[in-house]
Design a binder for this molecule. Structure first.
Ligand code: 1CP
Length: 349
């Protein structure tokens, strides 16, 4: 490694450069499985915590104090920037919209985000975390992907199949496209602003894109994502991560998106995701969060299987294939993180 290179192990892996060990972080690592998070949340509600930079920074740093993670992720939510766009959101604890977007008029009335003016508290929290985080650890900024936000906006909250949202797409295709474009432009600007405030990498969470068939993905979502990633690329040099949850069947349609790392859920082996993407890109993932409930030996064996699966990739960031469950024992997380470091210290893979 070049001694003058100040980038973190996480950023190097994202770019496919040589690393001293495989970097590891845990999706949704700041949150309810940590007793210190639950304790703090008894004194402050979720929305206040996300809108108060000192509190958001403190929660972001909680897992960093407990574990040897290579990256932190800002404590916020994919729904946080929606209020200034004209969509109010409650958290119970998942997002609930008192007035879902169900007409073309409302879809067109959602306005574009101006991050510096609309969510200064997020950018302030990023600056606060970056000033306290150890320099070897990366800070990940994030946003919701346009289709995933569209699902919540139209459905009005979480759902098993988001049928209201998916039927709106067909009933009102033009208004849906307009809304998806607004969301795509807004989240691209939001990621660029987070990078400008000090995030070392930015990640787009597409939790529900896997519900789309290839045709509707190509028609409604691909053009919006293509533009969004181009905007992010033009606005910052930092690595860009995309998580198309359960998106295995869509990966070959996603090859031309201009970003650095695909995060893969646990239903698809990494080497198969790599083949579908045409190779050459770093992948993140993809331990099943349920493995954290097995005995320690089984957990570490499952981690080794992920590391073996990652052999030969252009780069690998170890993480879960989706968010950590709130009933997880933090001791298992510590075991996992230390094991991945020890196993890969001689060289990744
Ligand atoms: O009661 C509480 O304390 C609130 C629980 C909670 C937390 C801790 C919510 C509500 N959001 C968050 C934080 C959060 N959400 C982070 C911060 C970083 C971290 O915790 O490490 C991040 C990255 C998210 C992202 C997020 N929110 C996604 C994308 C990732 C994924 O898991 O698919 C989604 C879909 C949401 C929506 C959301 N917000 C909260 C909940 C419980 C949910 C899921 C709702 C549903 O079931 O649809």
């Amino acid at each position: 490694m070049n001694a003058s290179d100040t980038s973190t192990v996480f950023e190097r892996a994202a770019r496919g450069l040589p690393v001293p060990h495989t970097p590891v972080w845990i999706m949704r690592q700041a949150g309810r499985y940590l007793p210190e998070y639950r304790k703090l949340r008894r004194t402050v509600d979720f929305v206040t915590a996300t809108r108060t930079p000192e509190i958001a920074a403190r929660i972001t740093l909680q897992p960093m104090q407990r574990f040897e993670m290579d990256a932190s992720i800002l404590f916020s939510d994919i729904m946080t920037p929606l209020d200034p766009m004209g969509v109010s959101v409650d958290f119970k604890p998942g997002p609930v919209l008192p007035e879902p977007v169900r007409t073309p008029e409302r879809a067109r009335a959602v306005r574009e985000l101006v991050p510096e003016a609309d969510v200064p508290f997020v950018l302030e929290a990023i600056r606060a975390v970056r000033s306290e985080l150890r320099p070897e650890a990366a800070l990940i900024g994030f946003a919701g992907a346009p289709f995933t936000l569209f699902c919540y906006l139209v459905e009005g909250g979480g759902s098993k199949d988001f049928m209201t949202a998916r039927s709106f797409l067909r009933r009102e295709p033009e208004a849906s496209q307009a809304l998806l474009r607004t969301l795509g432009r807004s989240m691209a600007r939001y990621l660029v602003a987070q990078a400008g405030a000090g995030a070392d990498a930015v990640m787009l969470f597409d939790s529900w894109v896997g519900m789309l068939g290839p045709e509707s993905y190509r028609r409604f979502v691909h053009p919006v994502l293509k533009e969004a990633f181009a905007t992010v690329r033009a606005g910052t040099d930092c690595p860009v991560i995309y998580f198309p949850n359960r998106g295995g069947a869509l990966l070959s349609s996603m090859r031309d998106l201009d970003m650095d790392v695909f995060a893969v859920d646990w239903t698809l082996p990494l080497h198969r995701a790599d083949a579908r993407l045409g190779g050459g890109r770093a992948l993140q993932g993809n331990l099943d969060p349920a493995e954290l409930f097995g005995p320690p030996e089984a957990l570490l064996a499952a981690a080794d299987a992920v590391l073996a699966d990652a052999e030969g990739l252009a780069g690998h960031i170890f993480s879960l294939g989706h968010g950590i469950d709130r009933r997880t024992d933090p001791g298992q997380v510590a075991r996992l993180v230390d094991h991945v470091h020890e196993r890969t210290r001689a060289g990744p893979g």
